[in-house]
Design a protein around this ligand. Structure first.
Ligand SMILES: *Cc1c(COP(=O)(O)O)cnc(C)c1O
Length: 448
């Protein structure tokens, strides 16, 4: 029997709202879901998806949304990219699984080569692959502890690292990520980060503050690693002050502490560079990757200095599905597409268009306190005009207006007062302009 894979490439790249949002079919599906899926698994917008291509997602009622969520920064090169679809289809037909730790295959090795080539630094590197961002963080914790023989883990205010037991302890926000879930992973210490809009500190000053906290709370002699998102994701896309991350890493190196850059959200072309660390001239010891590295297929990993990665004994790392061959095939295609279509340049174009548009909106709407970010990772922080007081209701209004008008948008921020844009890096300037028009009107209608 032959199966015909219907091409999605005919989806017109435009938003189109043909029913109330969510539409009747989605509402019926949502009722079905409520009977079998627990509410702990949320839904930002309960429209059920039929198909997607490039920047447009189509729901089962026929509504078309411009996608500024990209599945939380995953479909960075666009939905159903032709090369990714072909690579996945080809690999699925050859073999879907053998378990890399039972009988290995080339795809895993190739992904490790590509990550070694495209992460910052020319030193020798190793990569271990796993399935999710949280799992990558868990592995980086193990690797850093093994290498240093130390136990404590340092994290930053506003951080987000995942939903597993250890990563729950590493997140800044207890609610909703850890509330009521029992005792957390141990030996995690937290320090203030660099948040230039609110703290006004230089990179040097913010780093000295962070280091002071770690020295007083735990001390370098017990600290195995510091984890930092070069640009924080869920926390609200804060771009740290110049030199902050570099000073922090220097301190790590003076004290045999492993510096881990969590690039799960900001990595893989998202920032306009392969990895956001590069935009700060930072060469991390370890980098955790996930989200955008495999075009929507589940894949994650830890990439890092060979001496650190090699400290773990055989059998200490791995997992049944880690580095699944179909996910690896997708990832290789993503790397090739980034090169073939200059997608780093495209991310920089998106930054220019979005930043300029949002800055023009900021002139008109004092509720927009700051526009920030890099590449196709841009956010606005919404405040009560004339103050820096967070206005979460404003973000909710903009997100809801977006939904009703065919935009998929996500909030962010410890106070939920950040609206983040995670378009694919190829989204056209026309679609961005169209979306900004919707948001401009939503700003005007707020509290009117
Ligand atoms: C999403 C995210 C994670 C967790 O990744 P999952 O694949 O959801 O487990 C970790 N760190 C950062 C920075 C993230 O954005």
């Amino acid at each position: 029997m032959t199966t015909i894979v219907e091409s999605t490439s005919s989806i017109a790249q435009e938003r189109r709202v043909v029913t109330a949002i969510p539409g009747p079919q989605s509402q019926a599906m949502h009722a079905r879901r409520a009977k079998v899926v627990p509410p702990g698994v949320g839904a930002a917008l309960p429209v059920y998806i039929a198909e997607a291509h490039e920047s447009i997602v189509v729901d089962i009622d026929g509504n078309q949304f411009i996608d500024f969520a990209s599945g939380i920064g995953v479909t960075t090169i666009g939905h159903t990219d032709d090369a990714v679809v072909a690579a996945v289809a080809e690999q699925v037909a050859r073999f879907t699984h053998t378990c890399f730790t039972v009988t290995p295959y080339e795809g895993y090795v190739r992904v490790a080569e590509l990550l070694a080539e495209h992460t910052p630094g020319n030193h020798e590197k190793r990569t271990m692959l796993c399935n999710s961002g949280a799992e990558a963080i868990e592995n980086a914790v193990k690797i850093a502890r093994k290498f240093t023989g130390k136990n404590a883990i340092g994290v930053l205010d506003h951080a987000y690292h995942g939903r597993t037991n250890m990563t729950m302890a590493m997140n800044f926000k207890n609610s909703p990520y850890a509330t009521g879930f029992g005792s957390l992973g141990t030996s995690v210490f937290r320090a203030p980060s660099s948040y230039p809009y609110l703290d006004g500190l230089s990179g040097e000053e913010a780093a000295e503050r962070t280091i002071w906290y770690f020295e007083k709370q735990v001390g370098a002699s017990d600290l195995a690693a510091i984890f930092a998102e070069p640009i924080q994701g869920e926390g609200g896309f804060m771009v740290p002050a110049d030199g902050y991350l570099n000073r922090l890493q220097d301190w790590c190196h003076e004290n045999n502490v492993v510096f881990v850059a969590d690039e799960v959200q900001c990595g893989m072309a998202r920032s306009g560079a392969y990895f956001a660390s590069e935009t700060f001239s930072l060469v991390p010891d370890l980098i955790t990757v996930a989200k955008g590295i495999a075009g929507g297929m589940p894949l994650a990993g830890v990439v890092g200095r060979a001496d650190i990665m090699d400290a773990t004994h055989p059998g200490g790392l791995g997992g049944t599905f880690g580095g699944n061959p179909v996910s690896c095939a997708a990832s290789i295609a993503v790397f090739e597409q980034i090169e073939r279509h200059n997608l780093l340049g495209e991310a920089q174009r998106v930054e220019k268009t979005l930043m300029a548009g949002l800055r023009a909106m900021q002139e008109k709407h004092p509720m927009i306190g700051e526009v920030r970010g890099r590449g196709a990772m841009i956010a606005i922080e919404l405040v009560e005009p004339g103050t820096k007081k967070p206005d979460a209701a404003a973000v909710k209004h903009l997100v809801d207006e977006g939904f009703q008008n065919g935009l998929l948008l996500l909030n962010a921020g410890t106070n939920y007062n950040v609206l983040r844009f995670l378009p694919n890096v190829r989204m056209s300037d026309d679609l961005i302009a169209d979306a900004l028009g919707v948001l401009d009107a939503a700003c005007t209608s707020y509290r009117k």
